[in-house]
Design a binder for this molecule. Structure first.
Ligand code: PLP
Length: 438
């Protein structure tokens, strides 16, 4: 018995003792493959010596200074590093402490941009998609499209949600041969209904994560979205909180579709779990509108951009680049996906195995033929997670939404340092866990 107010008060939690590389150890000495990097966070694995050293060095100098008064060498270095990795004129980094703070800040930044640029005060709504996750705070949850909204619905902003780019369960009843990328054009429908003069931005995860288990859109999806947004004067907010910094095999997932967004939200992989950090990366045009306008973004969080987290992020990002871990994510990810499809799809309850780089999802169904999901009350995703843990693997579960519409799935997102041999170890453990579950 302890006094921690846990997320799930009825659940028993295993106590973590230590981590090393892709492995976590509990206090009884059991070893687990951290096959989801927490929640796609620990991209460099655990106890990385370069990051630990950078952390200790910075803590000795100064751990905290407030952004209202101070700048610091680590935040300047981080902003320069990030600007060198982003496409187009995405050069300006606004620092916060996590992913929800990043999407929340992007929402306000998009709204203020139109005020600063030409006083368009009517443009404030952000359109997002169902089966999306953009965070837990009220603005972020308003943009989110999944079951996490349900209990807090009366508190949320009334923002429109469009159809997801969910090919396994196409909302338009299409298949790969008949696909017309209707899910992208659904944005135009929503813009016409809402009136584009009321809309500031469209936000999307390039590869859907926490709400849907690694759904990858059609290759033309974001190109069409970009065209529609340009036509109606809407910003594209690219929520790369989970996908950013190498997770899907590119530094930022959107690169693979040759689309340049207006704002990028980042967090998780930027400091890889060693210290909380998040950020919004803005195009020069947006930054300049603020600079030439009021000169201030009236928004801030106490821990945003603290020197300790920034020094950690500098070490993390440098290591990512030096070790070419995005390429490792692409290569080992392709291998893992091929193997998982071959080995898991034969199980009667596995409907789909999908993903990009080292961000992969497994969707569990009651019937392969009809794709009927398991009833929500069974909590299948959580149950399989518990079985896999007994086989030494940690995955990130996502279960059906309250209407039973979503389906059970879980996410695999091992640290980007994983080797092919370790991927084999993961596959064998997964297969024996699935056989046990059957
Ligand atoms: N956006 C996306 C795409 C995410 O995956 C998450 C977290 O899973 C968030 C935002 C929220 O980030 P945080 O949990 O750091 O607040």
């Amino acid at each position: 018995m302890d006094n921690v107010f846990y997320r799930n008060i009825k659940k028993e939690y295993t106590e973590v003792d230590r981590g090393e590389g892709i492995y976590l150890y509990d206090t009884d000495g059991n070893r687990y493959i951290d096959a989801c990097s927490g929640a796609a966070v620990s991209n460099l694995g655990h106890a990385h010596p370069k990051v630990l050293k950078a952390m200790a060095d910075q803590a000795e100098k100064v751990a905290f200074s407030h952004l209202s008064r101070w700048t610091s060498a680590p935040i300047k270095e981080l902003a320069n590093l990030v600007a060198g990795l982003t496409p187009g004129s995405l050069n300006k980094l606004y620092l916060v402490s996590g992913g929800s703070e990043a999407t929340e800040a992007a929402l306000k930044m998009a709204r203020q941009y139109f005020l600063e640029r030409d006083g368009k005060s009517g443009k404030y709504k952000v359109i997002s998609r169902w089966k999306s996750y953009h965070g837990n705070t009220i603005g972020a949850l308003s943009m989110t499209g999944d079951k996490r909204r349900k209990k807090y619905a009366p508190l949320l902003l009334d923002f429109p949600h469009i159809a997801p780019a969910y090919c396994y369960r196409c909302p338009f009843g299409r298949n790969p041969d008949t696909c017309g990328v209707d899910c992208a054009y659904d944005l135009e429908r929503a813009l016409k209904m809402e009136g584009s003069d009321t809309v500031a931005a469209f936000i999307a995860e390039p590869v859907g994560g926490a709400a849907c288990g690694a759904i990858v859109p059609h290759k033309d999806y974001f190109r069409i979205v970009r065209q529609i947004c340009d036509h109606y004067d809407i910003l594209v907010i690219d929520d790369e909180v989970m996908t950013g910094f190498g997770r899907t095999g590119a530094m930022f997932a959107m690169e693979d579709w040759d689309v340049v967004p207006d704002l990028i939200c980042a967090a998780k992989g930027m400091s890889a779990g060693y210290s909380p950090l998040g950020g919004v990366i803005a195009k020069d045009e947006i930054y300049n509108a603020f600079k030439q306008g009021s000169g201030a973004f009236v928004h801030g969080h106490t821990y945003g951009g603290n020197p300790l987290s920034a020094a950690v992020a500098v070490a993390v990002v440098r290591t990512l680049v030096e070790q070419n871990l995005a390429a490792n994510s692409r290569n080992v990810g392709e291998y893992l996906l091929t193997q998982l499809r071959e080995r898991l799809l034969p199980f009667w309850f596995v409907g789909d195995v999908r993903g990009k780089g080292l961000m992969q999802g497994v969707e569990l169904v009651k019937s392969k033929a009809t794709k009927e999901p398991f009833p929500v009350y069974l909590g299948i995703a959580e149950k399989i997670t518990v079985t896999l843990m007994k086989h030494g693997i940690i995955v990130y579960p996502g279960s059906g939404n309250a209407d039973g519409e979503n389906g059970d799935q879980f996410l695999l997102a091992p640290p980007l340092i994983i080797t092919k041999d370790q991927a084999d170890e993961l596959i064998e453990a997964m297969v024996s866990g699935f056989a046990d579950f059957e």
